[in-house]
Design a binder for this molecule. Structure first.
Ligand code: F6P
Length: 354
């Protein structure tokens, strides 16, 4: 069994607050405990196409990055070495360059890689592992929708950002007696909308897991009017299932705008729309995210030390554990429409438009 002397770290997919905390923790643990050399691979797996861009991560290099959002390594949500898009003779072609990527890992003297990424990056990591690359995974997404882990770092920070936005929207909504639609991230699942909606006291929460109608949302607004509440806050997850009459325009406009327009028509109220967008992915990570990211980074180094390749760290019953990446990918953790969180929201009068 060859000895580990050098590891590489790559961040892939959309960024999330806490990525730098993982990079710092893994680098420090690798250097301090195991005396390994650490190489930072820029821009996810793309960095392995051009190995000369990689650079050594020293304790000095990772100093001061714990509270910093984003990733010092850079990232991309397009790079896939199994279907790498390039231009040859003026034509766009797709190539499998995974063998070149694996050869470049060797060229860099890297014995094992930590890949920090969401479902897409872990899928690529798993395929590279099957082709012989020694690799471990760290899960990442602000959407918190990976079924293998109870929590992903970045989610808590996003909740703080969205809750703060809802709090601010609350006062202007009340002052102007308006309906305020707040569109938040959540491509497939409604965790950010649901939890920030509960934390911010939203009156209607629309999530991909619960089909809704504009009619029911307007009835909820009218009901609030009937007991003297002349404003309503509607939090919408971007991945919501639009009612049929709004579907054809989905590509042309943010869902918040489509839903806001339909609510204005259906309720006769003045409506304003805020699409929070990438503000939710930025900013300094919360203490909870920094702690989880640090635990994940250290645990990933331990997986390599134990030669548990092809595994991904995760949080289960509040303990750091690991799972086979093969079992972790492709299963989303969806909001249970009948679960305790949704029931709690309903119990305090929140509508889901159903
Ligand atoms: O995967 C996390 C996420 O924040 C989704 O909720 C969102 O749809 C997506 O990233 C946006 O990613 P980008 O704009 O980087 O393509």
């Amino acid at each position: 069994m060859s000895e580990i002397r050098c590891i590489g770290i790559a961040t892939g997919g959309g960024d999330a607050p806490g990525l730098n905390a993982v990079i710092r923790a893994a680098t420090k643990a690798a250097i301090l405990k195991y005396k390994w050399k650490v190489i930072g691979i820029p821009d996810g797996f793309d960095g392995l196409i051009w190995p000369e861009k990689s650079f050594e991560l020293t304790a000095k290099e990772v100093s001061g990055i714990l509270p910093r959002g984003g990733t010092i390594l850079g990232t991309t949500n397009r790079g896939n070495p199994f279907s790498f898009k390039t231009v040859e003779n003026g034509r766009e072609v797709t190539r499998d360059i995974s063998a070149q990527v694996i050869a470049n890992v060797e060229k860099l003297g890297i014995d094992a890689i930590i890949t920090i990424g969401g479902d897409g990056s872990q899928k690529i990591g798993h395929e590279l592992f099957q082709r012989g690359l020694k690799l471990v995974g760290v899960p990442k997404t602000i959407d918190n929708d990976l079924s293998a882990t109870e929590l992903t770092f970045g989610f808590d920070t996003a909740l703080h950002t969205v809750t703060d936005a809802i709090d601010k929207i609350h006062t202007t909504a009340a002052s102007h007696h308006r309906v305020m639609v707040v569109e938040v991230m959540g491509r497939d699942c409604g965790w950010i909308a649901l939890e920030a909606g509960i934390a911010g006291g939203a009156h209607v929460i629309l999530i991909p897991e619960i089909p809704f109608t504009i009619k029911r949302v307007c009835e909820h607004i009218a009901e609030r009017e009937s007991y003297g509440k002349h404003f309503t806050i509607v939090v919408v997850a971007e991945g919501v299932q639009l009612p049929p009459e709004l579907r054809e325009n989905r590509r042309m406009s943010a869902v918040g705008h489509l839903i806001g327009g339909a609510i204005a028509d259906g309720s006769g109220k003045e409506v304003r729309i805020s699409v929070l967008g990438h503000i939710q992915r930025g900013g300094t990570p919360s203490p909870l995210d920094r702690i989880l990211a640090t635990r994940f980074g250290v645990a990933a180094v331990e997986l390599i030390a134990q030669r548990s390749f092809g595994r991904m760290v995760c949080l289960r019953n509040e303990r750091i554990e690991s799972v086979d990446i093969a079992d972790a990918i492709g299963h989303l953790k969806r909001v249970d429409p009948n679960g305790e969180l949704v029931r709690t929201a309903r119990a305090v009068g929140t509508g889901f438009g159903d």
